[in-house]
Each structure stands twice: as structure tokens, then as C-alpha cells.
Design a protein around this ligand. Structure first.
Ligand SMILES: [Fe+2]
Ligand SMILES: [Fe+2]
Length: 185
């Protein structure tokens, strides 16, 4: 799949994907998830990222993927569910990997450990840079669940600050993790 991704993505996005794969594998080893699955999910998580909005829209319509209100306004979000569906054509038929790809951008209620690992690795792999990334990486090295909750918070805050729509999946993930015992700050 690394070769497939290399062909499909720009160099920058390929490097990002490999960064997610390596970080996801390390997190899986530390947290007791399956490291090989985590690596593969990281490699393929942005497989549909180079499709433009109308290609994504068409792909989702052709494959019966639901296009929600937020996705209608921001079709780029569809690279996650479209990518998850594409995996089957490469012989990857694993529900947990599929869901990790499907929900890596917005999250959802009841995310599996693998889904949470890919979400956080996507935000924190070494090529990512944003205000506070080092603090979040440091938190992740000590307390994965607290870092995951903080990542959701950052995502919600960014959207609020920019006046953007907030996907209900992210809010549901936030509420779900708080109820699961995360800390509210
Ligand atoms: Fe993505
Ligand atoms: Fe990504």
C-alpha cells in the first residue's frame, strides 16, 4: 500500500501519511492496539485526499456514501468516508481500519482505540506544525486519552474561532470521551 499511496499522493501528503503510520504504530505498541493495523491505517488514511470536491461528491454518490449537511458545505471532508470505502478495492477488508479512515477527520461517538490513535497521529505526526503542537505532543507522550480529548477541543476551538461549521461527530466524540472519564478543562 505504501507504493499505491506514493503514486496517488503528492510527496508532501505521502510524507504526512508515512508520519501518521509510524506514529500510529508506536502509539499502538504503547497502548495495546495492533501495531500492524495501526501502521496500515496510517499509510492509507488520506488515500482519497487528492480527489477534488466534485470527484469526491461523485464517488460518494456512486457508492451510496451519505453526504451530510456539513459535508455539502465542505466536500473536502468526504476524503475520509470515500477513502474508507476505497480500501475494499485494494483488498483491505477490516472494519476497524475502515472506521479509522472514515472518522479520522471529524470523529464520532464511540471511537475505537485504533480510531483515536489515527485521529491523534494525524494531528501530531512530525510534519504537523501549529501553535501548541509541542505541548500536545508532550501530553500525548504522557497521557494519550488526555491528549485525544485536547485534540478534539482544539479542533472545536479552531472551527469556532474561524466561524466555521462544527461537525456533530466531533461534538459527539467530545461528549463521549468526557463521559468515558476524560478530564474537562
Ligand atoms: Fe485526512
Ligand atoms: Fe491526514
Amino acid at each position: 500500500m505504501e507504493e499505491v499511496i506514493k503514486d496517488l499522493l503528492t510527496k508532501k501528503r505521502y510524507d504526512h501519511s508515512m508520519g501518521v503510520a509510524v506514529m500510529a504504530k508506536e502509539l499502538a505498541q504503547r497502548l495495546g492496539a495492533d501495531p500492524e493495523k495501526a501502521y496500515l491505517a496510517g499509510v492509507v488514511h488520506d488515500i482519497a485526499k487528492e480527489l477534488n470536491p466534485s470527484e469526491l461528491y461523485d464517488y460518494c454518490e456512486r457508492n451510496g456514501i451519505e453526504i451530510g449537511l456539513i459535508e455539502k458545505h465542505n466536500p473536502q471532508l468526504l476524503h475520509a468516508p470515500a477513502g474508507a470505502r476505497m480500501l475494499r478495492s485494494y483488498g483491505i477488508c477490516d472494519n476497524d481500519i475502515e472506521n479509522a479512515v472514515r472518522y479520522h477527520t471529524v470523529g464520532r461517538e464511540g471511537m475505537s482505540l485504533l480510531e483515536r490513535i489515527i485521529y491523534l497521529a494525524d494531528m501530531l505526526e512530525p510534519s504537523r506544525s501549529f501553535d501548541g503542537v509541542e505541548q500536545l505532543r508532550e501530553l500525548c507522550s504522557r497521557d494519550f486519552e488526555a491528549a485525544f480529548l485536547m485534540a478534539l477541543k482544539r479542533s472545536i476551538e479552531w472551527n469556532l474561532e474561524k466561524g466555521c461549521l462544527i461537525h456533530e461527530g466531533t461534538l459527539r466524540a467530545w461528549n463521549d470521551r468526557l463521559l468515558a472519564g476524560g478530564e474537562s478543562k
